[in-house]
Design a protein around this ligand. Structure first.
Ligand code: GCU
Length: 335
């Protein structure tokens, strides 16, 4: 049922764009209504922060720009909504930086395991001109980055086996995001990478198509992965931000004041999210422990870091990443 609704919806969106009668065109009262798609539920912290973004945009543009949210992956997987944002069938999408890797190679940086040594370093880099430059690398493929949202630290979790060292991944099918860097990470650590979109992970875990995956703690509760996966290990191998992207033609058509209002609202929603996120992680961890019987393990991170050293060497040399890689690493503690 849900699939049919989505298909009908997406077809309607595509038709509206190609027939030139997009509902996003300015109406007589000069109100523009834009669409924002993402793959989390309405109870997830990022949804709340996007609601805040929409509220601020409407307020700061004096009601001339309204944003309607389409959560739950109802308009498609992250890859699909990025494509819809490229054509303008969707105006905004919130996606993982990992999903952007195949649209602009510089985004692969964020999937590089142990790129950041700490959350402080992560925030410092994300608020720097490096990331402002990265946001603009996709304007020639139809969209631009506006801001980021904290999506926590990614850790391994499996149905039964606690991952305490890279060797524990041997023989296990581990779901990763569809990102070449994430696939290489699992290979180097010794597991079998299985890329798939987020919406398929719960069923894949349940049916044994995969043995485990990696994500932040909200995936255990908000996406119910903790019902099936009972061993969560703080490998802390990646801090991958979520990115808010916008169709570039729609951006160019906005007035100077509207652009400024959207930029400001994006920035404020990121600050709002930081607070909401920290609370959500605490809540998810407690809930997973007490209501879902998930065990939380603390492995030594060094062997995991060592396993992915070849990837760091590659990123320090690759044209798309070398400069930023060095700048970001220089901000770290070297631990
Ligand atoms: C995080 C991220 C999502 C992404 C998901 C994934 O939850 O916030 O945007 O889809 O990871 O692993 O695919």
């Amino acid at each position: 049922m849900k699939t049919w609704i989505s298909i009908t919806f997406v077809c309607a969106l595509i038709l509206s764009v190609f027939s030139g009668c997009s509902t996003t065109a300015k109406s007589e009262d000069q109100t523009i209504t834009m669409r924002l798609a993402h793959n989390q539920s309405e109870t997830h912290p990022v949804h709340k922060s996007l609601v805040e973004f929409a509220r601020l945009v409407e307020k700061e543009t004096n009601g001339t720009v309204k944003i309607k949210l389409y959560p739950n992956g109802q308009l498609g997987s992250e890859r699909e909504v990025i494509e819809l944002t490229q054509t303008g069938a969707v105006d905004f999408a919130k996606v993982s930086a990992s999903a952007l890797e195949s649209f602009s190679p510089v985004y692969s940086l964020f999937s590089l395991p142990y790129l950041f040594d700490s959350r402080d370093q992560f925030y410092k880099v994300m608020n720097s001109s490096i990331v402002q430059d990265i946001y603009k690398t996709t304007t020639d493929v139809g969209f631009r980055g506006l801001t980021f949202y904290d999506a926590g630290t990614r850790n391994f979790y499996t149905k039964h086996k606690a991952i305490m060292k890279p060797e524990d991944l041997k023989g296990l099918k581990i779901r990763v995001q569809p990102s070449a860097t994430s696939i290489k990470m699992i290979e180097l650590m010794g597991g079998s990478p299985t890329p798939m979109s987020f919406g398929e992970v719960y069923t894949a875990l349940q049916q044994g198509v995969i043995d485990g995956t990696e994500n932040n703690e909200t995936a255990l509760t908000d996406n119910n992965h903790g019902q099936v996966a009972k061993q969560y290990s703080y490998s802390e191998h990646a801090i991958v931000p979520d990115i808010l992207i916008m169709n570039n033609k729609k951006w160019e058509k906005l007035s100077k004041e509207q652009k400024q209002a959207i930029t400001e609202a994006a920035k404020e929603s990121t600050a709002f999210h930081k607070v909401v996120w920290e609370k959500a992680i605490d809540k998810a961890t407690k809930e997973a422990k007490t209501k879902m019987n998930v065990t939380f393990n603390k492995p030594d991170k060094e062997p995991f870091k060592k396993a992915v050293e070849p990837l760091h060497k590659e990123f320090a040399k690759k044209k798309a990443t070398a400069r930023y890689y060095k700048e970001i690493r220089a901000e770290g503690t070297g631990n």
